[in-house]
Design a protein around this ligand. Sequence first.
Ligand SMILES: [Zn+2]
Length: 471
Amino acid sequence: MPQRRGTRRLVVGALALLALGYAAPVPAQPSDFEIAKKLRDAALKDEWGYRFLETLTTTIGPRLAATEAEARAAAWAESEMKKAGFDAVHRESITMPAWHRGREEAAVVSPSPQRLIVTALGGSVATPPDGIEAEIVLFRLYSELLAAAPGSLKGKIAVVTERMPRVMDGASYGALNPIRRLGPSEAAKRGAIAYLHRSLGTDNHRLAHAGATNYEGGITRIPAAALSNPDADQLERLAARGKVRLRVTLTPSVEDNAQSWTVSGEIRGSEKPDEIVLIGAHLDSWDLGTGAIDDGAGDAIVLAAARLIGKLAPHPRRTIRVVLFGAEEMNYAGPAYAKAHAEEVPRIALAAESDFGARKIYTLLAPQGAAKTPFTRTLADTVSPLGIFLNSAPALNSGDDIAPLRALGVPVIAFRQNGLDYFDIHHTADDTLDKVDPQELHQNIAAWAAMTYLAAQSDLDFRKLAADAKP
Ligand SMILES: [Zn+2]
């Protein structure tokens, strides 16, 4: 505020000089680029985001969707957002079944009794209390399971051991996801009575990676779990030598009509408050770790970025809405949000989600059709000193919770982070705060602050640019 008053005084003074016949230059208002750079530099030094993440992972810890812990996280986040000065802070409920993990044990019964490390897939049904014992049929490739004849797995435990490759952008996770999402029903169609798969993870620790599965309607629901990578290797070696019998015991339970919560708040726009730039992350987590990289870091990044923008006077033109989705891991929040906010969709100018941990961002994907606009050029110049380059590819998605909005025509923008070790930790007991480097978190917050500010300050119609870009 004092700075602006000073500027106005200078302008008035300069006009007076001009009136007197002096050709003195008129000092300009700070440009969007200058403000974006200031936000970037302030974010690199701002401790608020890391503190938010530290408190979330310490005082709440694991936040499985629709549990008491997730509700506490939502109530706490709501109060933090109010304290941080956000407008219109509120919670929206999502009714869904709450899945609670029970005992999870697996062991080789023969030829050589030994324990195996497993974790039940989210949504899995239970085995009988004393477990299921059966011979395994092991497939080194998922496609080999799909090629197995109907009835060929009758009474057997199906095991898929295809390994997920380590790649920078994490694209192998999406590519291999059907092994976990669809594998149990595919095995059941062929007669299997239980399903195990090699964790979708790139580590070699004896930690299994959790994750949800989706049973196909009309197909018998069989118990399903993920094996740690070394345990999947062990089963491959044993199976190569002959018959292997396993006992698997999983005792999860389901509570119907439970509540998950999505929390949101706004930085109200100064000129076009009805137009919304929506940035999000998800507040729920798996229960084995404390959800630090997935996705407490994302919550901290989008909140801390928007909080810094909220300190500007005046606020940028468009409204910034921060949404902390509930129940992402079980796939309820995104569809529920798009449905509840359908009437607002035409007013959402741009959306983005941070849901890939806290490692450094290395590239920016501009909204479709917007690569050559002043908005993108200014943003690319602002984030270049952070080690981020403008990708030649446009952003076609930006997080699972945003996907249903995207499907309704909301344009998206995206950053990509170094994901080389993301899937070493993702959905395991190792997803804890020590895996987050505060400096790398700050780099993310700086990039998000610059992007969100410039998008909210921009006059561009991202929808029209995207429509014009389509062949
Ligand atoms: Zn996530």
